[in-house]
Design a protein around this ligand. Structure first.
Ligand SMILES: [Zn+2]
Length: 305
């Protein structure tokens, strides 16, 4: 009995020590096009997405694409960002055009970052921009581009926002939206049912990988996107994380952990978790996170045509 109690109390202490910062990309909305960017639809989606965040006072950081939803007026953009600010979100820069660094080169990439600044600042009422997140997590395919970007960000007062719980929520969301638009209720239901179990498999993988690569679990950073799927599934996603013992912290708090100062020499095309980057820098064998289900990939490819 004593032994059982000891095991239980160790498990509880371990579970309580887990923490995660939630980051949400591609504001105003990840699925662009006239339908997703319709102001009323956008306001409603944002309201639904933010409800559990506001209710639970979760300190999220959200990344804005300066050129996202170009048909919004400045006042409409400001109104949507005001919803995020009212929910306590921190706002970061996710570039103007969302083009990856290798596509346009470092020089144009830095112009693209700066081009987003006045738009985002106009929408937030001039709040300082502290964080940048590279579109697709692409941070430079060679050492020169990688170092150049790091120097540029430092000189302009930005911190690159790492991601440890990297995942394919965007693929689930794409198929979910396609199913809704195509009135395919069965497919929408299937995606919805598979989403959080998939996310849990990714979280469980990176928990284990953290111990292998960093020697311990540390405050994680979860990436997700502003989309219709998360607008309905977020309460379940938060419940899954809570059940695994996570409390929700800010990006700033997570990044204070010394794990984020580990050497990172990764310079290649993949937009991968920082845990993989540290692992490769240390010369450890690669291990990939769980894939999304095969049927989902097939539906994604079908809808993408
Ligand atoms: Zn993005």
């Amino acid at each position: 009995m004593k032994q059982i109690l000891l095991v239980l109390s160790i498990a509880a202490a371990f579970a309580q020590s887990r923490s995660v910062a939630i980051t949400i990309d591609d504001l105003p909305v990840a699925q662009s096009g006239p339908r997703a960017c319709d102001f009323d639809a956008l306001t409603k989606l944002t309201e639904n997405l933010l409800r559990p965040i506001q209710q639970n006072r979760i300190p999220v950081t959200a990344f804005v694409i300066g050129g996202g939803c170009p048909d919004l007026t400045a006042a409409q953009r400001k109104a949507v960002i005001a919803q995020w600010l009212a929910a306590g979100a921190g706002i970061g820069n996710h570039s103007f055009s969302h083009r990856p660094i290798e596509q346009i080169g470092l020089a144009e990439y830095t112009v693209d970052i700066l081009r987003a600044e006045p738009i985002i600042k106009a929408a937030t009422g001039g709040l300082p921009l502290r964080y940048f997140r590279s579109p697709m997590l692409h941070t430079g395919t060679d050492v020169a581009a990688k170092r150049g970007l790091e120097t540029f960000l430092k000189e302009h007062g930005y911190q690159q926002s790492p991601v440890t719980f990297d995942n394919s929520d965007w693929m689930f969301a794409y198929v979910y939206a396609g199913a809704l638009d195509g009135h395919d209720k069965a497919l929408a239901k299937r995606v919805r049912a598979a989403y959080v179990p998939y996310m849990e498999s990714v979280v469980a993988f990176f928990e284990k990988r953290s111990v292998e690569v960093v020697g311990r679990e540390f405050p994680q950073v979860l990436l997700m996107h502003s989309n219709r799927l998360n607008a309905v599934a977020l309460p379940e996603l938060l419940g899954m994380l809570r059940k695994r013992g996570y409390r929700f912290i800010s990006l700033a708090e997570a990044m204070r952990d010394e794990a984020y100062a580990l050497p990172n020499e990764y310079a290649a095309k993949g937009g991968i978790s920082w845990i993989h980057r540290w692992s490769m820098t240390k010369g450890l064998p690669n291990k990939g996170e769980p894939d999304e289900p095969e049927w989902l990939t097939k539906e994604y490819q079908r809808l993408k045509k």
